[in-house]
Design a protein around this ligand. Structure first.
Ligand code: ADP
Ligand code: MG
Length: 505
């Protein structure tokens, strides 16, 4: 802190606070119209004319040219939300914007930023405690997972194939165990409905030499099959005679290695090699009906190993036998891919996505990322809450009932926090063309009457039972959104001066 706040400054919020709040609110306004199933998309264009069309809050904020430090902090919170919970980025940003907006009103009423921070912190803790203990519901039902995927996808490009895509996401996560283990490969061309779950590994590589398009077995070798390039890499001093025998010896070794491979694997096989393979070895193997794929990425090697149960050997001499698999070579968009599948049960799941253009395909990938993520969150915790902002209104109701127990001026901040939470259903309704205030009031009323799973009816207006509609989402997502928004708001409120920093060396 460079200078002390004057009494007047602090009561109204210092200059830095006002500027930061404005910048943060502007960022929140930008993404606000994309929230919810009826949210619009943003088209983003850079100086070079490259276009992205997206509905994803984190993507918009990543691409948005935010220059004000306050705005940057909000953009940062979206990234945190995305990395922790995959989805809910727009909600987090919109909530942060509303919390900051409400804090301006509290400044007007004469509350000191520190009091607001304390109240907001208290409120966030109270809200998530209630959320986790009272609002969250248990589920180990597969159908619930499908609905969680659907809620995440609604309003996105993926919505055109809602049922198929949701089913695909759940199957993929079930098979692979969690979202990170699901591999996604996308091919332009075809339509979303052509997307499917491939029971195996897709390798973005081709054979070294031209071959057929179908093979039945494979070997995995973790090193290379080429003569040591001693002359390139290491300096060894050899006289002319021993140099000849050195080269000769390694060449003979290679031939021996290649023979090992031929002995271990029948015709019609493919050997995947982690490092380089000399052309001599490739053509020798090809003559024996074996194709070579060289310079394989390590992750693909491991995936192939897991899928087939085959050991990845260091040198051909260690080979014990080949694995039975089906290898199909396919050309997509001028690039050759190898589809390696196995009859036996395995956990490898590769989502093959199709989309008409590369723009839509990128948005499809982002949608899948969100959906896979939320499905795995609910699968792990087995807990969900009702979506459409229902959980937010329930937290708000709880906060209003308990604000007075905190006492002092901080309770004003807690009430203000409760009001801010309701921005989520309000915005979802507003973006669908319905009155936000009426929606909120109806939700409060219904919830107090015991109909606790209501939310905005985005098609007809008014409210409806969203649990019955299957609009549900992970409890972790809402919890993190509330905590992150509360934290970034407090961080911004605590800044009372912005000073230029010496550029980092
Ligand atoms: P975010 O980036 O925050 O995930 P989205 O644009 O994906 O933003 O909108 C998510 C919100 O839309 C969530 O609150 C979710 O519960 C809500 N939602 C999804 N489907 C429906 C629906 N059919 N009716 C009402 N709300 C819905
Ligand atoms: Mg979403």
């Amino acid at each position: 802190m460079v200078k002390n706040m004057t009494e007047k400054d602090s009561a109204k919020g210092g200059k830095a606070q006002i500027h930061n709040i404005r910048a943060a609110k502007t960022v929140a306004e930008t993404v606000k119209t994309t929230l919810g199933p009826m949210g619009m998309d943003k088209m983003m264009v850079d100086g070079g004319g490259n276009v992205i069309v997206t509905n994803d809050g984190a993507t918009i904020l990543r691409e948005l040219d935010v220059s004000h430090p306050g705005g940057k902090m909000i953009a940062e919170v979206a990234r945190t939300q995305e990395s922790l919970c995959y989805d809910g980025t727009t909600s987090t940003v919109v909530l942060s914007g509303q919390l900051l907006g409400n804090s301006e009103m509290l400044f007007e009423k004469g509350l000191h930023p520190n009091v607001i921070c304390r109240g907001y912190h208290e409120a966030a803790q109270m809200a998530v405690k209630y959320l986790v203990n009272e609002v969250a519901q248990d589920s180990d039902d597969r159908d619930r997972l499908v609905h969680v995927a659907k809620t995440a996808i609604t309003g996105k490009t993926l919505e055109t194939a809602l049922d198929a895509v949701a089913e695909l996401c759940v199957s993929a996560v079930e098979k692979a165990g969690d979202a990170e283990s699901v591999k996604v490969v996308s091919f332009p061309g075809g339509s979303l409905e052509d997307s499917y779950l491939y029971n195996g590994v897709i390798v973005n590589k081709d054979f070294v030499l031209e071959g057929d398009n179908d093979y039945q077995s494979m070997l995995l070798i973790n090193t290379g099959l080429e003569t040591e390039k001693a002359e390139d890499n290491v300096q060894v001093q050899l006289d002319a005679k021993s140099y000849q025998s050195f080269k000769g010896a390694s060449k003979a070794d290679l031939v021996a290695s290649a023979k090992h491979i031929v002995d271990a694997m029948p015709k019609g096989g493919v050997v995947f090699v982690r490092d380089g393979v000399s052309d001599m070895v490739c053509s020798y193997l090809k003559k024996n009906g074996i194709m070579v794929v060289r310079r394989m990425p390590e992750s693909s090697m491991r995936a192939l190993g897991r899928m087939s149960g085959l050991d990845i050997v260091q040198v051909p001499e260690e080979i014990e036998g080949a694995a039975d698999v089906s290898i199909t070579r396919e050309r997509k968009n001028d690039i050759w891919y190898l589809f390696v599948g196995s009859e036996q049960e395995n956990e490898e799941a590769t989502l093959v996505l199709h989309g008409a253009t590369s723009h839509t395909l990128e948005e499809v990938e982002r949608g899948f990322d969100d959906a896979l993520g939320v499905v795995s969150l609910v699968m792990k915790s087995g807990q969900f809450v009702v979506g459409g902002g229902n959980a937010y209104v329930r937290m708000a109701t709880h906060l209003r009932q308990h604000a007075a127990s905190v006492g002092g001026r901080a309770q004003m901040a807690i009430e203000s926090f409760a009001d801010a939470l309701e921005v989520i259903p309000a915005t979802i309704a507003e973006n669908a063309g319905h009155d936000p205030l009426d929606t909120i009031l109806a939700m409060r009323h219904e919830i107090l009457q015991g109909r606790v799973s209501v939310g905005p009816d985005v098609t007809e207006g008014g409210v409806r039972d969203l649990l019955a509609d299957g609009v549900i989402e992970p409890v972790a997502l809402v919890r993190q959104a509330v905590l992150s928004a509360g934290e970034v708001t407090n961080a911004i409120l605590r800044i009372d001066d912005i000073v230029a920093r010496r550029p980092t060396q």
